[in-house]
Every structure is written in C-alpha cells, then in structure tokens.
Design a protein. Sequence first.
Length: 428
Amino acid sequence: MQIYVVQRGDSLYRIARNFGLTVEQIQTANEIPNPTDLVVGQTIVIPTIGNVHIVRAGDTLYRIGRRYGISPQELARANRIPLYFPLSIGQRIYIPPRYKPIKEANAYADVPVRVPENVEEDTRKNAKDLTYLSIFSYQVQDDASLNAPALGTLPQIAQANRTLLMMVVTNIRQDQFDRELGRKIVTDGSFQDRLLNNIIRIAREQGYGDIHFDLEFLPEETREDYNQFLRKAATRLRAEGLMISTALAPKTSRAQTGAWYTAHDYRAHGQIVDYVVLMTYEWGYSGGPPMAVSPLPEVRRVVEYAVSEIPPSKIMLGQNLYGYDWTLPYRPGNPPAEALSPQRAIELAARENVEIKYDYEDQAPHFDYRDDQGRAHKVWFEDARSIQAKFDLIKEFGLRGISYWKLGLPFPQNWLLLTDNFRIRKRR
C-alpha cells in the first residue's frame, strides 16, 4: 500500500486515475468522510499491492532502495530495467511488497457501565486484526471483589475472531486511579489472596486468557511491593493457564520519579510478566497545552529506555486512536480539549476549509481554525503518516507489537496499514 498526501487541485477521480484504481476502491478502503471536498494535506492510503515511487531529481535505484529497505538489484528485476538504467523525473518505480514480520496487536474497549454502539461496531469490524481484546476495566473494591464492566457481545466477537480476551484490573475509584487503594492491593497479603481468587473465578466464567494489571498513581515507596505482588500473581495465574501483563507509565530512565513513575519498575516487570504495554501517549492531553498526543521523539526516548531494561519481544508500543481540539489561547484551568477521531478531524478541516499541516519532527498532523464565535482552535490528531512512523519504530526495535487506546474512534487507515506492515499473531 502507499500513502498519498492530497495536493491543491486534487480530486478522488484524479488520484484514482493516477494509480490505476477506481474512485470506489479508494473511497471504500479509506472510508473517506469528505469524498467531494478533499483537504490539502489530507492523507489517503492507496490500496495496491506493493508501492509506487515517483522519481525525483537525484534519484537512483540505490537511493530508492535504501529508502524502502530493498536492494537495487531487486528493484531492477521488479521493474524490468537494467541496474544502472538512468531514471527520468516523474518515472514510476514499482516497489514490491515487503516481508511482513509477525507481531501482536491489542486494543482496549472502554466499557464502564454499558457497551456503546460505536465501540461494539468498531470491535466487530477490527477484531480480526487483533491478538488481544482488553476489557477496561475491572475495578478493585475495598473487600477485594471486582466491579465488573459491561461486556455485551464483546466476548462472542472475540471468540468468533480468535482474539484472546484480556481482563484489565485497575485501582480506579470514582473515575480516578486511587493511591491508597493501590497501596492496599500491593501491600496486603491476605487482600491479595482474596483478589487473585476473584480474578481467577471471573477469568474462568468469562473466558479471559490474559490478566492485565493497570495499577497507576501508586505510592512511590511501594515499588518493590508491586514487584512482589506481581510475582505472587504470576505464580497463581500461570498455574491456571493464564497470561499476565502490565501497563507501564512512559519512563525514560530508571531514576525517573513521580507519582506516576516511581513504582513502575521496568526491569522487574520485564522479568516477571509475559509482556508490558508502554503507555506512550498523552503528551498532548485534554487539560494541557496543544501538542501532538504521541510525538515521535518522546515515544522514541521511552522505547530506547524500555529496551535497555526489558526484552523487546515483551514490549507492546502504546498508540492513541484519537486527537484533541483545543480552544485558544490555552490557559491552565481552561475547559478540557475535546477528543476527536481522525475521521472527525478530517471532517472538521473540510468544513472549516483549512489546510492540514504535518510536523515532520513530531510526526503528527495538525491544523488551525476559528469557530462560529471567532475563537481560535488548534487540532492535533493522527493520520496514515503518523501511524506508519510508529510501525517503523516497532520494526526498528523489534518490539512485540502495538496496543491501541481505544476502540470506538474511527481510523480506517490505521487498520489498512497495520495488516500491510505486519502479520498479526492469533493466540486462540
């Protein structure tokens, strides 16, 4: 497949003709929300086998091959031209499909009291491309019981698509991660025994195959307590044939401290659990200043530290499926930014008739507009280019795969590129 960026004067008809496809093929693959009103800077995934490179000044088969990770000899054979054949500007060079490594993919379904229709629809559509479906979340109670989320038909969807159900266990109380509840979970031995009994019982009843601990905002002094709890949990859960995994705050060094970081011991988790999910998003967040949600340099720094402590084969890269729309000027205490899907962001740019720009350092698209009240807005979101940059990072470091927060936010280009880059492992 190929990523195309809409230029001024483009139409779907013109783009389809240039790639030898029909308008319907491109529109259906991308679920384009603005087919008659494309936005300059909007990305479109061209659903072809392999890729096409348009020759630019200075291009040679060697330079083109280095860019796409293919030898110049293979390019010459694929295009039936001599190895040292002089290339012409504008010439189309076919890039054969690449080897696709086997990776795992997880996605969280946030279903506290009911399963929203958009979450169920998104899960039904994309479960075929998931290794795990994470049900968020089972909230630990003061008596070691668990407040269960809604399930609806999600277990049946997972089973039909050979997707392993993940039970996400959290220390959330009243919609927030609770510090003292977290302390009780990781320090009270008899409480832990009752909690693990309840987890195992629910896992048997509902068909969970992976128990995922997302314990956040833990007291800083409980780092080793958390490690010891995970060792106990791993022994109990593996005896029942269950996997165990954890979510980790995005740290960049072992010495990093703070309410969200200190108690998360990368090295110990890497030794104890089957795999971890790095929460590599929310640099740009609803209550903060406008910026990319998962800027590539920041994500890279986390990954570089993570692989120094944890085997890459145990690391899932976290990825957001959403962006934010901030009202400017930003001031602390402002109303939170509005979350929006990539599809909604494109619709908004088309409605406001503004160009989508791309930050090549952060590897993220963004645009500005004014609303009907004349207020300035800044939108950062995700597109085909930004998600491909994360897939390239997974390949570069040999990570286990990718983990999405969260289902229910339409981003068809992500799923097109996921299966173009990887073969997704199934565990059922």
